[in-house]
Design a protein around this ligand. Sequence first.
Ligand code: OTU
Length: 650
Amino acid sequence: MYEQASHTLLNEILSELKTSTLDQQLRHFYTRLGANFYAIHSLFKLLYGERDDFKQQMHSLVETLAQRYIERKLELRQSDLARERDYNWFLSQKWVGMVLYCDRFAGNLQGLIANLPYLQELGINLLHVMPMLDCPQDHSDGGYAVRDFYNIDSRFGSMDDLEALASTLKQRDVLLVLDIVVNHTSDEHEWAQRARRGEKPYQDYYFVFDDREIPDIYEQTMSEIFPVTAPGNFTWDADMGKWVMTVFNTYQWDLNYHNPAVLIEMIDIILFWANKGADILRLDAVAFLWKKMGSVCQNEREAHLLLQLMKDCCQVTAPGVLFIAEAIVAPSEIAKYFGEDAINAKECEIAYNATLMALLWDAVATKNAALLNQGIKSLPAKLERATWLNYVRCHDDIGLGFDDNDIRLVGYEPAPHRRFILDYFTGRFPGSLARGLPFGENPKTGDARISGSLASLVGLESAMERGDEAAIDAAIKTIVLLHCVILSFGGIPLLYYGDAIGTLNSLEYLAEPSKAADNRWMNRSHFNWVRAEKRHQIGTVEQRIFSPLKKMIALRKEISAFADFDNRQLLSVDVPNLLVFSRTDPQNSRNRVLVIGNFSDAAQTLPVEALRAHGFLLMDAMRDLCTGERFTVENDVFTLPALSCHWLTD
Ligand code: OTU
């Protein structure tokens, strides 16, 4: 009955479309619409079925898909077809990513194009350029408070520059990742301006209330994201004379997806950027998409339905384009953003592995891998056609997003343990060389996160100041070790732009009033090209980081066991300082790599017996792929130097 209704509606929409777009080459569009329509219609009905204008909205959605398809360039359509045929293309080990701010890295988009050789020298072939859309000068949240979703901010260049970047990257086989800020707009966005002026249809794009009654109910269950700089979840707008929901900063208005017009606008924006040549779109703050009074307003079922809809719509118009879910949520929730069922409920093909990131930082502070091992064990299984974005550091703070239960399982108490991690990275813990700052400390909940650059957090800054060679060496080794793990774990490694040359905290932000209160800017420095030059000078700090990273990146691309096909096995070896896992080539099970990371600042021994139990025969010795040297067994033990990482094969 229902399927019949869906079919009739499809025919109705198609006949309308066909008359208006007769001459277009829409064969593939019709096939894909046919294949996805049932899902799109069902989801749309689940979310908006009760509305009188349901059918009209459905028409408008399909029209958007068709218009954006008509606009899609031939070369992008061809790439869609190729990716449909080779649908697991992004699971290959060949991809290695970097995320950067184009202005902070190279001035603007043209500067970025001119400086691509730096990335290519390192082996980067996936480039996430942080958001570049038009934002207010001051209230921009680093690009995440968008004023105009269809325009590049003049600070970065023009649309032509962006298109030039996209085509240059394409020629060089480098993937382009762009941001879509799906959850909110700037309060200077046209929709917000019109809402302010009292236009009801635009007030319906947001959550606006005359008084505190409903906001108070919402706030009983919602958490605060920026408790220091933007406490609460609502902001009084004096011009409008109403309260508006602002989960993040006070100038970021949350979009109301209870209104289908908002969803259709956002799908149009997604497809617009897909048509500009983005290979992958990073969907910001996806966990927050659906607000429901009485709930935490995160990870709601409807947020998943919205993402499924976005994905299905993208499948119709731009099927080659992938989504990254930016959902920095509990480990058990993250994998749900891949979709919970491979056929019916696809969402994002890629998700930030925020769990691994946090666990790695735990291992750095504790100098052992107990919680890291436990947390990896608890990582939920993911879909086959899905992969992690593995990262050490990014533009945001570090949330201690591991599971309390895992913390207990390794013998710590959650609250004091988190406190220790925070103290360690903010340098309050005796002996710690870390130079981070607490971010988002919330006295009501006791929560806090950490800001700071990778190099400063692992102690490089303090070590250099003291001229302490041993500490400098340990910091460099830690940086290499962390990258060694993300390069071999399974998934796409994503490097942060200054990390390959050991960029320290930057305090420039303190001089800018609009940034001074947000210490995440500590870790968003202007790329130092003078220091970058030193990467070629043997013995410099820069060279001691850059060279091994470059070498591991090149190696990773050659190791087919590092492709992500559910081919990682965590090996428990009973040495708490070590992380040990094996990666097996899905095509040839004899082709295996053993990854061993030692998080201790002392050498550790690993009894070979522990590896034999996992089928590594170690007849002779193993070869370390990174050094090319034999890794020999003496007295039945392997000796792992302090803070070392190894990729071994038999
Ligand atoms: C994202 O962040 C962006 O990465 C931040 O830079 C933005 O400020 C924010 O959205 C608002 O656009 O929403 O799902 O712990 O991890 O704010 C996670 C803070 C997000 C960030 C969180 C994150």
